[in-house]
Each structure stands twice: as C-alpha cells, then as structure tokens.
Design a protein around this ligand. Structure first.
Ligand SMILES: [Zn+2]
Length: 148
C-alpha cells in the first residue's frame, strides 16, 4: 500500500459520503443561506427556527438531518440517475466556459468582442475588465454565461 493508495481510498470515501448525502437531499433545498422559502414554498426558517440556532442544519428535514424539527411532506429526493444527469450537465456547462475562454484573443489589450458560442454558434459577447482582467461573457441565447 502506497501513500497514493491511501489518498485514493480517502477520496473514494469522501465521494461516497457526498453521493449518499445527495441521495438524501431534497430537490427543493436551496442551501442553508437560500432559505426561506425552499423551492417548494416551505418556510424552513419558520418551521425549524432561526438559522443562528446551533446545529440548525440538523433541524431541517431537507437533508440528512439528525434531529429534524418537522416532517416535510413535500420532500423529494433525486434518483441516482438524476444526480448523474446533473453532474453531466454541470460538466458540459464547464466545458462551454472553457471553450469560450480559449476562443478569446490572447492579446489582453483587447477589451471586448464576440466569439462563437460553442453550443449554438451564435454570438457570445464578452468584455475584459481593465482593472483586474476579469472576463464577463454571455451567449445571447443563454447557452453560456459567466464572470471569470
Ligand atoms: Zn449559444
């Protein structure tokens, strides 16, 4: 057993915990800072108490809460196939961002322009901040949009 085997085992264990948590997390959950209401219109803060309560996330039934303050009849967890589809879509979205970044001119003095969208071939308008060099770009059809 090498140090790489140990690292691989740790990565596998972390990924398994993430996958298990995803299977138990409601599709309507918007994250601990995105409440209320959740995507199903449930006011989680009103039902579980203010977020400043210690262990608040263990009071909301939206994830794998240890001590849920209430039972939510609207909780809907994703299937493994839905999680895989979501990962695939995220990977494709990231690829579109990479493709747009690669299409930008290498000359950093060029501050704005258009490049073809990697999905629809329509225009992706972009601009580079003269202050910090960050790029903002968006396809007119909504295929890709980011600030980098
Ligand atoms: Zn597009």
């Amino acid at each position: 057993m090498t140090i790489f085997d140990d690292a691989r085992a740790e990565i596998d264990a972390v990924e398994a915990r993430i996958a298990a948590r995803q299977l138990m997390t409601c599709k309507h959950w918007r994250g601990p800072l995105g409440q209320p209401p959740c995507g199903a219109g449930v006011d989680v803060v009103a039902r579980a108490g203010p977020r400043r309560l210690p262990g608040w996330v263990d009071r909301v039934p939206c994830r794998d809460a240890a001590f849920p303050a209430f039972t939510c009849d609207l909780k809907m967890t994703p299937t493994s196939a839905e999680i895989e589809e979501s990962k695939r879509e995220a990977g494709e979205a990231f690829s579109r961002v990479s493709a747009v970044m690669r299409a930008l001119p290498a000359d950093k003095s060029i501050a704005h322009g258009e490049v073809p969208c990697p999905k629809c071939a329509g225009p992706v308008r972009w601009e580079r901040s003269p202050v910090n060099g960050h790029v903002r770009a968006a396809c007119a059809e909504g295929c890709v949009s980011f600030i980098q």
